[in-house]
Design a binder for this molecule. Structure first.
Ligand SMILES: Nc1ncnc2c1ncn2[C@@H]1O[C@H](COP(=O)(O)OP(=O)(O)OP(=O)(O)O)[C@@H](O)[C@H]1O
Ligand SMILES: [Mg+2]
Length: 317
């Protein structure tokens, strides 16, 4: 029988920073996660994944809407929520001056686990996550991907029923990633509920029982990976060129809730989620009379993701 462990209803978050225009990071998303599921929250950079995790782990409060973990409201009953969860958030770090073994020790101790039990669990996790050979190395000496693997392994040292992993596999090579994903899968078989974020569709495909894809704070598709693949993978690309004032027209395009916008001087390639949205955009652009050239084509969400990720990599290089 299904038992809902995480319930999110119409959740919205707007960040207000003095001197900046407000950022609508979440615009009313809803989903639920069942007990024992590995649930993937997918989306490109800036989609709102970490914001969702921060709300669910009680680090920030939503602007509106509701969320509950194990039946406890994340705002009104945040202490009760915290007792049920553990989390690897995107930018939290390992204790870099401690060895891997002592990272496990201090974390276990903090959570009231006896020394003997910590040793037993450390042993099991080393096996599961392939960390034995690194046990005596200091965090500072580990590669980025390995640091991340130790962080994820640490979360399974304690017996919390709900685990949040924000971009758990960042920086991991293929081998490292496979070991980590297998270990996460094994932990979920024990009945733990895992909510993870990723911008990698292939990773979600290997691991997740259910996924929700978000972009610009709104849901694009949700269901199991097969359902999402069959319904949500088709996106539409609108190419258009304007005669003048591209900055103003970019603002106009942004209001049409696109999945992504690529701009090169006066030309735009805009990806939107539905055919209706694409047609509507073209109709309105035509009516405005400033665009010279239109083209509409179909693309896959996977391609869009890959493009976005490639761009990010290019920027870093
Ligand atoms: N503290 C903050 N103040 C203002 N804006 C913020 C803050 N945190 C996040 N944002 C903005 O909210 C939006 C969603 O950010 P979020 O970190 O949730 O995205 P994400 O899906 O986790 O992206 P990534 O894949 O890059 O980790 C982005 O536009 C981001 O710039
Ligand atoms: Mg993030």
């Amino acid at each position: 029988m299904n038992e809902s462990i995480i319930e999110v209803q119409n959740l919205a978050k707007t960040y207000h920073k003095r001197g900046h225009t407000p950022v609508h990071a979440l615009k009313g998303i809803s989903f639920s996660v069942q007990k024992g599921q590995i649930f993937g929250l997918l989306g490109p950079n800036g989609a709102g994944k970490s914001t969702t995790i921060k709300i669910l782990t009680t680090l920030i409060v939503p602007t509106s809407g509701k969320a509950a973990v194990c039946g406890h409201d994340v705002v009104a009953q945040s202490t009760d929520v915290r007792k049920q969860i553990c989390a690897v958030i995107q930018d939290n770090a390992l204790e870099i001056y401690l060895s891997v073994r002592n990272n496990f020790k201090t974390f276990g101790k903090f959570h009231g686990i006896s020394a003997k039990e910590i040793d037993r669990r450390t042993d099991r996790l080393c096996e599961l996550f392939g960390l034995r050979e690194y046990l005596n190395e200091s965090g500072i000496d580990l590669s980025g991907g390995l640091k991340r693997r130790v962080q994820v392994a640490k979360m399974f040292l304690i017996d919390k029923p709900v685990v949040f992993l924000d971009e758990a596999t960042t920086g991991m090579d293929t081998f490292n990633k496979r070991t980590t994903l297998n270990a996460i899968r094994e932990e979920s078989h024990k009945g733990r509920t895992i909510l993870l974020t990723t911008h990698l569709l292939d990773e979600a495909e290997i691991l997740c029982d259910a996924v929700t894809i978000i972009n610009h704070g709104s849901i694009l598709a949700q269901g199991n990976i097969e359902e999402v693949k069959s319904m949500g993978l088709q996106l539409y690309t609108v190419s258009m060129t304007c005669q003048s004032d591209p900055a103003a027209w970019r603002r106009w395009i942004e209001q049409c809730a696109p999945v992504s916008i690529e701009q090169s001087e006066n030309s735009f390639i805009v990806t939107v989620a539905t055919e209706d949205q694409a047609l509507d955009m073209i109709q309105r652009a035509r009516a405005a009379g400033v665009f010279q050239y239109f083209e509409i084509s179909r693309t896959s969400l996977e391609d869009t993701f890959i493009e976005l990720i490639d761009k990010k990599t290019e920027r870093k290089a």
